[in-house]
Design a protein around this ligand. Structure first.
Ligand SMILES: FC(F)(F)Cc1cc2c(N3CCN(c4nnc(C(F)(F)F)s4)CC3)ncnc2s1
Length: 490
């Protein structure tokens, strides 16, 4: 069983970051399960006291050293911890539910207890609504927070088979003797009827990015701790972070990294990479290594069906003006999304690709076409090839989807970008049609590669494409038309 043990209580009152790290270390290394409610309450209390406006004067008037925190008294934490236990145990009579494994009814009941105790209406996307501190002190939780609270509630009731399942923009639970049962426990997005209690659809929604083609991160208890740490939000306001909260999150993520609990969690590795880019820690691996590890994790454990590892890495390259590398990361992100059908639940990733295509790439073009360096990406065929691959993936994403992706707003920046490359550069990109000799060779070498500036790609057919006869070339017709138009101008 989990629990708030004497060795943890002995660390109170908590006044600094090392004491919090020690409690997490005790909980994570102990043979019993780490106590999700306890750890969420502790970091939630720290985050709220350092980021919520109520005591803004505190931040300004008393400059604190790096690792000092507002004093956390034991009785405050104990009261919240007992309150959560009382709410859950008071509302769920487990005599009605056979053990040792949870049932759909039990999971739905715990979800209802959380759901019905939330404030009637509040701004769901606000920051700092992810922890049990927020639930117990403000009766407010965001979409992730509800799912996390349900898993923490099931832990209180002794159901160690109920675990958090995470996609890149949604959360649900798995449970049962073989952990193969799934259930919605929270809402998603705006204005969508919640599907709480239902199993995760195998139908058309299963092809949407939201459910990552049924390759979600299935958490262990330790990975659920990584999720609550990843969900720590250091933002004070739109422009500033409370740096002690960011420091605490970074320390806790390194602890989880060293214990091996981030190996199968690409987004947590990406979060740590972002924090390391801002404030690199002595003797730790570089942030771009973390972004690579996140990509490797997604390729190894999730059949390369996750987009964010590539956009974490692309964002890093972009901020460091490594534009050629950024194009490759974004093209790789596009190779992931092309296999999905775009659905109305996929707004978050749509916005991600829209920003890359219509803000970041045009900015790069502007900067690059002002200078005349021989080293300009406008002279590099592989940059042109990766841009085509990026746009082509988005076109293919749209193909076969009920909802359109592209609109005229996409076309102008797209044409503007492509026309920035001189014709002799474009001519060096050799688009190889499907089923050609080279294509078979590319298949044998099993991967994408640039071969003396040839752009060869596996025609990665997927379920989405099977029903369509193989097109003459690998590119979406509109990209093919565009490149044909360009080459006519030769
Ligand atoms: F549970 C939900 F519904 F909230 C889905 C999850 C989101 C998420 C996350 N995120 C979301 C992606 N995210 C990104 N930040 N930058 C990103 C990139 F665009 F640069 F890639 S992606 C911040 C952290 N980080 C750890 N775990 C999770 S589980």
């Amino acid at each position: 069983m989990a629990g708030f043990r004497e060795i943890d209580k002995a660390l109170f009152p908590i006044t600094n970051i090392p004491a919090v790290v020690q409690i997490f270390k005790n909980q994570l290394e102990d043979s019993a399960e780490p106590d999700l409610a306890l750890l969420s309450i502790i970091v939630g209390a720290i985050e709220n006291s350092l980021t919520c406006r109520s005591n803004i004067s505190f931040q300004i008037s008393e400059p604190v050293e790096a690792t000092s925190l507002p004093i956390l008294e034991l009785h405050v934490i104990e009261e919240m911890y007992s309150k959560f236990q009382a709410i859950i145990k008071g509302a769920v009579d487990i005599k009605n539910y056979s053990k040792p494994f949870a049932t759909r009814e039990l999971v739905k009941k715990v979800s209802d207890v959380i759901w019905n105790s939330l404030t009637r209406s509040y701004y769901k996307d606000r920051a700092h609504l992810q922890s049990l501190y927020s639930y117990l002190n403000g009766s407010k939780l965001d979409c992730f927070g509800v799912a996390f609270a349900v898993v923490a509630g099931c832990q209180v009731l002794g159901f160690s088979d109920v675990h958090l399942a995470l996609s890149e923009d949604h959360a649900w639970v798995v449970f049962g003797e073989c952990s193969n049962q799934t259930a919605e426990v929270t809402w998603h997005g705006k204005g969508n009827e919640d599907k709480r209690g239902q199993e995760i659809g195998r139908g058309v929604t299963a092809r949407s990015w939201l459910y990552v083609n049924n390759k979600p991160v299935i958490c262990t208890r330790h990975m659920e701790v990584a999720a609550l740490v990843s969900a720590i939000n250091p933002s004070l306001n739109a422009t500033h972070d409370a740096f002690e909260v960011g420091l605490l999150q970074q320390e806790l993520l390194w602890l989880l990294y060293d214990l091996g609990h981030l190996k199968m969690y690409p987004m947590a590795l990406g979060n740590l990479g972002d924090l390391e880019e801002i404030a690199p820690k002595e003797g730790r691996i570089q942030c771009n290594t973390l972004f690579k590890e996140a990509i490797q994790s997604a390729r190894t454990f999730y059949n390369n069906q996750h987009v964010y590892p590539y956009t974490y890495q692309g964002g890093y390259f972009y901020r460091h003006k490594m534009y050629k590398e950024a194009f490759e990361s974004w093209a790789n992100a596009s190779d992931v999304i092309r296999l999905y059908n775009y659905s109305r639940d996929d707004e978050e990733i749509y916005k991600e690709f829209l920003e890359i295509a219509n803000e970041l790439i045009p900015h790069i073009m502007k900067v690059e076409s002002s200078g005349f360096s021989a080293n300009s990406i406008l002279k590099k065929p592989e940059c042109f090839a990766n841009l085509l691959r990026f746009y082509d993936g988005i076109c293919q994403w749209e193909e076969g989807s009920a909802t359109p992706v592209l609109h005229i707003g996409w076309a102008k920046p797209l044409v503007n970008t492509i026309s920035k490359f001189d014709s002799e550069v474009r001519a060096q990109v050799n688009i190889i049609c499907a089923d050609s000799e080279e294509e078979k060779h590319a298949k044998e070498t099993n991967g994408n590669y640039f071969n003396n500036n040839n752009y060869e790609k596996e025609n990665g057919t997927s379920t989405k494409k099977e029903e369509k006869e193989q097109s003459t070339s690998n590119f979406h017709p509109s990209i093919e038309a565009l490149t044909a138009a360009c080459s006519e101008k030769l």
